[in-house]
Structure formats: C-alpha cells, structure tokens
Design a protein around this ligand. Sequence first.
Ligand SMILES: *[C@@H]1O[C@H](CO)[C@@H](O)[C@H](O)[C@H]1NC(C)=O
Ligand SMILES: *[C@@H]1O[C@H](CO)[C@@H](O)[C@H](O)[C@H]1NC(C)=O
Ligand SMILES: *[C@@H]1O[C@H](CO)[C@@H](O)[C@H](O)[C@H]1NC(C)=O
Length: 406
Amino acid sequence: MATNFSIVSLLLIVLYLFASNVKAQRNIAIATQNKIAYFDITRYGARPGNADASQALINAWKDACASVYPSRLVIPKGLYTLRPVKLLGPCKNRVRVEVAGNFQAPVNPAQFGGADAWVKIERVDSLTFTGVYGGGFFDGNGEIAWKQNDCKGTGTCMSLPYNFRFNYLTNSVIAHISSVDSKLFHINIFGCKNLTLLEMKITAPRTSLNTDGIHIGRSDGVYIIGGTIRTGDDCVSVGDGTKNLHVEKVTCGPGHGISVGSLGRYLNEESVVGVYVKNCTLVNSDNGVRIKTWLNSYQAVASELHFEDIIMDNVTNPVILDQTYCVYNQCKARVFKRIRGTSASKVAIRMVCSRNVPCQQVVIGDINLKYNGIDGPAVSECGNVNPTIIGQINPSPCTKRVSDTA
Ligand SMILES: *[C@@H]1O[C@H](CO)[C@@H](O)[C@H](O)[C@H]1NC(C)=O
Ligand SMILES: *[C@@H]1O[C@H](CO)[C@@H](O)[C@H](O)[C@H]1NC(C)=O
Ligand SMILES: *[C@@H]1O[C@H](CO)[C@@H](O)[C@H](O)[C@H]1NC(C)=O
C-alpha cells in the first residue's frame, strides 16, 4: 500500500513538473513572439576605420544563426576590411543581416588561401542579406587579379575567388548590395530555391576579364529584380540545371549581355527550363540576349526561354540564337517579343541552328531594331530556322540565309 502510494505521488509530481514546464515554455514563446535578437559586429570587436572585421563577423554570425529567436546581424556604418569568410547554416530561425558598412577585400589573390569566394553563404533558410542606409559595398579590389588572369594566353582562367557565392539558400532575399570589381565572377548562385536578388548594383570595368555579374546553376525559382549590372563579361549567365529564372527591370551593360549557356559542354548536365527575361534594358553590350550551345554538344535541353519587353541601346548583337547543334530536338520554345532600340552592328537578329536538327518553336514578335551605323539598314540572318512571326519585325525576318558549320 505504502509503495503504491509513493508510486502514485511520484507519477503526480512528474506529471505536474511536465505540465508546468510546457506552460513555462509557452509563456516564453508568447512573451518573445515579436522579439528579435540583435548581434552587432562592433560588440564582437569589429572597428570601423578599415580594421579587419572577419573574425567579428564570423562570431556574430554564429550567435545570430544559433539564436532560437529571429535574429538581426548588424554591421554599422564605416569601412572594414574582410578576409574570405563563410557564413554557414542551417540556422535555428530567420536571420536578417543589415549592412550599413562597406567592405574591402585583400588586394592580392594570394591572401585568399585558395578560397573560392570572398563571402560565401551556405545552407540558410529564410535569410535576408541587405544593404541599408546607402551602405553594403563589397569592393573585391580585382585590378591586380585581372592582370594575372591570362585566359587567352594560357587557355585556362585562374581560379580566382568570386565576390559572393550563395549555395543552397532557400526562401531568401539578397537586396541593395553593391558588388564592385570582383576578382572573377561577382555572384554565383548554386543549389538555391526561391531566392530573390533585389536592386543589386554590380560594377567592374568593361575591360576586366571574366567578371560575370550573376551566374545561376542548379537552382529553382531565382528572381533578379531591378538593379544595374555593368561588367567585363556576361551580365547574367544561365548555367545547367536552372529552372524558373526571372530577370526583370534589370539594366545591363557594358558587358556581354544576358546569356543562356554555354550548355552541352559536359555529360550529365541538367536541363534549363523556364527563363523569363522581362522589361530589361541593355546598354552598349556585346550581346542582348544570347543562347549558346556547344557545337557537337552532349544532350543539352533548354526550353521555355522567353525574352520580352527589352530595350536595346547600341547593342552589338541584340538577338542572337547561336545554336549550332541540339540533339534530340529538345531545345524548345524560344520566344523573343517586343524588343526595340538600336544595334551597334548591321546584323540585329542572328539565328543559326543545326542543319541536322533545325530549330523549332522559335517565335519572334514585335521587334524594332535600328542599325546605329551609316552603311545601310539593319539585317537579320537565319540558318535552319523558320521562326513564327507575330506582328511587325524590323529588320524583316531572315533577310539573309546562312548555313551552319556542322
Ligand atoms: C519565397 O521566399 C520569400 C522570402 O523569404 C517568402 O516570403 C515566400 O513565402 C517564399 N515563397 C514560397 C513559395 O515559399
Ligand atoms: C515593361 O515593358 C512594357 C513594354 O515596353 C511597358 O509598357 C511597361 O511600362 C514596362 N513596365 C515596367 C514596370 O517597366
Ligand atoms: C556603340 O557601341 C560601339 C561598339 O561597342 C562603340 O564603339 C560606340 O562607342 C558605341 N556608341 C555609343 C554612342 O555609345
């Protein structure tokens, strides 16, 4: 009897403790529902005035990422130097990084110790990484690196660090960040899902080598909205495995323009499905929108590519479909609509497909491109393609037939 009693009372005590614990937890959760935990890098030893903020940023990130409450990582105004850093998830809750300060990268590529990025952010869900109060400049100090990057001479490009690599981010926003003079590509997006890049400013001289603005690969649902990209290479380049990419209201140029590819260089590349470029302006760039696949490429699938409401301002090759080989005829549905402005070369529209597998489902509609030069009007060249025409096309479609080289 006595034993039974003590067992029952023990059970009651355990039950009571359990219940009150649950209640206490719920109380904390309610009390902190609107609470945000702040982590300021100057509390972690960072000092504006060009001092190295690397360790402070990493430590502040670790605490922000480990916070059970939504956190705000604050980088106050001022200039900081930064060695290569990795900000890694997964995090316990949402993290918002507010960058009012500006950062300088080491000038000498050797100081990167082989790191492939200056700032790498990986495996974070619900991240916001934003410039605030006019700050958020990340100067990659690429001048020396560009001189060392002898692609043409050596056939291979030095593996220099990118300014940013965003890997496996989900449901996240990168906004109002200025990426300046990266040593190689500015921003690489890999393995991301539902990532928005809002009002980004990317700049490098037009003579700088391989300073692509934003490269996307193996990602689903990337939105690049607003902003300007002026570089020495592609403005936006689309690699294999890109799905549902939206580029809207972006101004590009100088640089090589917006390009899909090169696809088909390697075996087992994933398809590109759904690229929607809308309301963009291209200025003084080499290409407008370009689709390139390798000659004799592996199976490269690129479908649902739409380029609409694009303004070209002195662009060398405004519309260029450079698809000389496309096996199994799986490169489907390319639409170029409402494209107007000026071409810096006579050939304003060039579409050259493979003789063996002609291009199908190419639609061009409402195009008005004028040649900037004085030696006659703009022309358009076609090879192995009979585009569907909608509305007015100037220059007239396929004024010149050309043959492919395959
Ligand atoms: C995409 O991410 C944004 C930003 O975090 C979020 O507000 C939105 O709900 C997400 N969309 C989906 C479909 O999950
Ligand atoms: C998008 O482009 C269309 C056609 O050029 C234009 O009417 C519209 O105003 C543009 N929208 C924005 C938000 O720029
Ligand atoms: C147009 O582009 C060409 C070639 O890129 C360049 O040489 C020329 O200066 C540009 N014209 C203007 C008005 O910007």
